[in-house]
Design a protein around this ligand. Structure first.
Ligand code: 1GP
Length: 253
């Protein structure tokens, strides 16, 4: 499959046309290889616009193998959402180059990114720098455990806004508000709205979104890209609720 190489520009264009984007997150740890084809059939028939691949604790090489398979089964752009440097793969189209700016662990602010450079030199991925903010959701998340950082508190909206804005001022190309995979509560409307009001760059929101209503609420509050993983892992019938409109399906690609 050909590589997509205008990922960020395409995201900006879609947003300027008022489109809302949906990224399906596939965790290589939770996707059995015999289930990939069936999952991708449903994904392709849905409103999904992007595929993110990655997880907090994935075995070496597993991500690359899965991406290779996914790329054979879709024309959607595939971006790595890395939990670790070992998840980088030249088979993807792009990389969400995350810096965990809600935390104060230098390894996840800049250390892993420095480590990644020698690998990235050998690959032709479109790299999108992302200010990644973990917001507490009521229970400990894998991101907290793995990165040994504290999430930002929900009530502390000004700190969330200022942290997001600082990443824009530093030149990041998107802000990602993360409640954590399988979060009990998604990021609330007030936080999304307040952060969106201050940003010029696209806003990604994910974690704990399991219904159409929550998805629409995230969009209505200002999310440009919503990321959903667990809801599809738990029940692929959720794809049926998110079917592409017939007119979309007929559009030439
Ligand atoms: C996790 O934001 C993503 O990093 C998606 O979260 O798995 O809860 O949908 P869910």
């Amino acid at each position: 499959m050909a590589k997509k190489n205008n990922l960020y520009q395409d995201i900006l264009s879609a947003i300027s046309l008022g489109e809302k984007l949906l990224a399906v997150l596939i965790d290589p740890d939770k996707m059995a290889s015999e289930n990939v084809s069936g999952f991708m059939l449903k994904l392709n028939a849905s409103k999904a616009t992007h595929i993110f691949v990655g997880g907090s604790t994935v075995e070496v090489h597993q991500t690359g193998l899965l991406i290779q398979k996914i790329k054979q089964l879709t024309t959607l752009p595939v971006l790595i959402f890395p939990g670790d440097v070992s998840q980088l793969s030249s088979h993807a189209d792009g990389l969400l180059f995350l810096s965990l700016i809600s935390g104060r662990n230098p390894d996840y602010l800049i250390g892993k990114q420095v480590e990644a450079v020698s690998v990235l030199r050998t690959m032709q991925l479109e790299i999108i720098p992302i200010g990644y903010l973990l917001i507490e959701n009521g229970k400990e998340t894998a991101v907290e455990r793995v990165t040994k950082t504290q999430p930002l508190r929900r009530e502390n909206i000004q700190e969330i806004i200022d942290t997001a804005k600082a990443s824009e001022l530093l030149g990041m190309k998107c802000v990602y508000l993360e409640a954590g995979s399988g979060a009990m509560e998604p990021i609330n409307a007030e936080i999304i709205r307040s952060v969106k009001n201050e940003l010029q760059i696209p806003l990604i929101v994910g974690g704990g979104i399991k219904s159409n209503k929550q998805l629409d609420s995230a969009y209505a509050s200002g999310a440009d890209i919503v990321v959903i993983g667990t809801a599809f892992e738990e029940d692929e019938r959720f794809f049926d609720e998110l079917k592409k409109a017939k007119s979309d399906a007929l559009l030439p690609k």
